[in-house]
Ligand binder design. Structure first.
Ligand SMILES: Cc1cc2nc3c(=O)[nH]c(=O)nc-3n(C[C@H](O)[C@H](O)[C@H](O)COP(=O)(O)OP(=O)(O)OC[C@H]3O[C@@H](n4cnc5c(N)ncnc54)[C@H](O)[C@@H]3O)c2cc1C
Length: 291
């Protein structure tokens, strides 16, 4: 199959991008790694593709005021290699799982968030870290918490006449540790189930623990698991009992040819216990310096 006919525009300013989107039947084109297959499979027929890659304001990547701000045109591979991105260890842990290096050389971090595939890694990172998504539209700019941005499978809080301009990820603080893992049929495939974990400690005590599952529902699902981690600490067998129980609540993806709901629950429970235990150990070993 080939894509249906479409007009292609490449504006140089954000105002011009918004003017093009105001027409109603246009789609933003960032890296094209998801949109082009969608067009080729005729799952979408936008009249116009609005390529945002010539808007210089969208190419920024900077760590300021405790946040890594990733502009909408910044490639996943650029972030993977950037020194300043080390301040957000969870992004570095997740990116190698996103497709293959060639895809990451074109695909953007923000494009992955905007595409909102429930099995994608970067939306889970954004949800786990409580990132902020910056959206611009005809009514001005707004900042949307990740928890509100992911509204369902391939559905976000950004309207069709809006463009995501950047995502802001909190940088790691002393006493924070992270875990990330997924199971896919082959490396580079979307996950059957995956988890991202963030734990904060003060001395020996766990002060905060957050767990996000992906590939397990219609969007990334986050839970405050502080009480659970406080009780079990870094002892994986004890965490396993609690995460197995959590899995029945969190995992609601219907079974398919690749795995039943029960199988995904089992994957989630095992991965969650393992990565929470790792995150506790990492947090305890990095009390003085950011991870
Ligand atoms: C073979 C293959 C394997 C892959 N494997 C994985 C994987 O394992 N994990 C994973 O997460 N992804 C995977 N991907 C998808 C890849 O990561 C994409 O790069 C990413 O999902 C979308 O980023 P993009 O910049 O290419 O966006 P595009 O394809 O350009 O856009 C995707 C969607 O988001 C919208 N959009 C993009 N940017 C904006 C914006 N700034 N504002 C508003 N809307 C916007 C577009 O209109 C479109 O609807 C895979 C892709 C392929 C082809």
């Amino acid at each position: 199959m080939k894509a249906p006919p479409f007009a292609y525009v490449r504006p140089a300013t954000l105002d011009d991008v918004l003017a093009e989107l105001a027409g109603g039947d246009a789609k933003v084109l960032a890296g094209g790694q998801s949109l082009v297959p969608v067009l080729a499979m005729r799952l979408g027929r936008p009249a116009t593709l609005v390529d945002i890659n010539s808007v210089s304001d969208l190419h920024g990547l900077e760590a300021v005021s405790g946040q890594l701000r990733v502009g909408a045109a910044v490639r996943q591979r650029t972030v993977e290699r950037a020194e300043q991105a080390r301040a957000v260890p969870l992004i570095g842990m997740a990116l190698p799982f996103v497709g293959h290096r060639e895809l990451r050389s074109r695909g953007t971090v923000v494009g992955s968030l905007a595409h909102a595939d429930p099995a994608a890694e970067l939306p889970a990172v954004a949800a786990c870290l409580e990132a902020t998504i910056e959206v611009a539209g005809p009514r001005g700019r707004r900042s949307v918490p990740a928890a509100e941005f992911f509204a369902g499978a391939m559905t976000t809080g950004a309207g069709p006449d809006e463009v995501v301009v950047a995502a802001r990820f909190p940088t790691a603080r002393p006493g924070e540790g992270f875990g990330f893992a997924e199971i896919a049929r082959r490396h580079g495939d979307f996950a059957l189930a995956g988890v991202a974990a963030r734990v904060r400690v003060d001395g020996d005590g766990v002060t905060d623990a957050r767990l996000t599952g992906f590939g397990v529902s219609d969007r990334p699902v986050s839970r405050d698991v502080t009480a659970l981690v406080r009780a079990a600490g870094e002892h994986e067998p004890e965490l396993r009992a609690a995460t197995a129980e959590l899995a029945t609540e969190v995992v609601d993806t219907a079974g398919d040819a690749h795995g039943s709901t029960g199988y995904r629950r089992r994957l989630f429970g095992v991965l969650a216990a393992r990565e929470l235990a790792r995150a506790v150990r990492r947090a305890r070993s990095r009390q003085e310096v950011p991870a």
